[in-house]
Design a protein around this ligand. Structure first.
Ligand code: CP
Ligand code: NVA
Length: 312
């Protein structure tokens, strides 16, 4: 059966554990995996900008012996998708040429449609709704820092967005609690919140919302923030920045969390907006370990999805 990563709902808690174990091995002994995907090609369709995701997928796939094809969705030399070719036909054609699709786009439905109509794995490299590859790297980083993700409390501070949604699903998969410190008028996606709470109940973890940032971070092991203006929201930037001022991660907010709390951020960061320079550039920040782990977590993911490693 062809497996995908449309969202973290595509992976069980056991599979996430297994993937993170593999990621740690790949990180430690990369040479052991250097030919595991030899002869395979991956279409990397990007409809939004990227630094980390693009580079970590391209480099990671090459390190596994695969051939990544960077394909801008739009522009004069972009894919025919941009001129109205359907997801259906794109999926069927890509399935004849390549062994997997990695896609960063706007609509989650586009990821779902490519997966539905193709015969190859489809990986969500960020949509307006989810960013599952980021959450896998985040869990790898938490494991490294705390020894386990289990029993931790991660508090997301900022506007509800795609990163928030993937973290809400990561909690139940990784056995940790999630608190969304989001303003009432910029809440986490209500449908994903309901899904995540149902998953959390099964997993014995919690996903809650607390709009007061100081109250939200009480007991946090991780304070996590993201840009206040996501890609595609540029027209609302001024209003978002003004509204989110009380949600800036400062030393004062860090001090209201657990004594050993760390800062995580998916990046790109905007110093002086969602986080102060002294926090993100200070001793409690693990954001660059987190960025590096995109590479290792995605290499493990692609090995599993593309037959370079087994699921058990
Ligand atoms: N965190 C992340 O996805 O970064 P990029 O937008 O640079 O890929
Ligand atoms: N929420 C951000 C994440 C960037 C990696 C965005 O969608 O732009």
């Amino acid at each position: 059966m062809t497996r995908h990563l449309r969202s973290l709902l595509d992976l069980s808690a056991e599979e996430v554990d297994h993937l993170l174990d593999l990621a740690a091995k790949v990180k430690k002994d990369p040479a052991d995996y250097s030919a595991k995907l030899a002869g395979k090609s991956v279409a990397m369709i990007f409809a939004k900008p990227s630094t980390r995701t693009r580079v970590s997928f391209e480099v990671g796939l090459r390190q596994l012996g695969a051939n990544p094809l960077f394909l801008p969705a739009g522009g004069a030399t972009g894919l025919q998708l941009n001129r109205g070719e359907s997801n259906h036909d794109t999926a069927k054609v890509m399935s004849r040429f390549v062994n997997a699709i990695v896609i960063r786009t706007f609509a989650q439905a586009q990821v779902e449609e490519l997966a539905e109509h193709g015969t190859i794995p489809v990986v969500n490299a960020l949509t307006d709704v989810y960013h599952p590859c980021q959450a896998l790297a985040d869990m790898l980083t938490m494991r490294e820092h705390f020894g386990t993700t289990k029993g931790q409390t991660l508090v997301y501070v900022g506007p509800g967005n795609n990163v928030t949604s993937s973290l809400m699903l990561a909690g139940p998969r990784g056995g940790f609690d999630i608190v969304c410190g989001c303003p009432d008028d910029l809440p986490p996606d209500p449908k994903v919140l309901a899904l995540a709470q149902a998953e959390a109940e099964k997993a014995g973890t919690k996903v809650t919302v607390e709009s007061d940032p100081i109250k939200a971070v009480a007991g946090a092991k991780v304070i996590y923030t993201d840009t206040w203006v996501s890609m595609g929201q540029e027209d609302e930037a001024k209003a978002l920045i003004a509204r989110l001022e009380p949600y800036r991660v400062t030393n004062e907010l860090m001090n209201a969390a657990d004594d050993d709390a760390v800062l995580m951020h998916c990046l790109p960061a905007h110093r002086g907006e969602e986080v102060t320079a002294e926090v993100i550039d200070g001793p409690r920040s693990i954001v660059f370990d987190e960025a590096e782990n995109r590479l290792h977590a995605q290499k493990a993911l692609m090995l599993l999805l593309m037959g370079g490693a087994s699921w058990s």
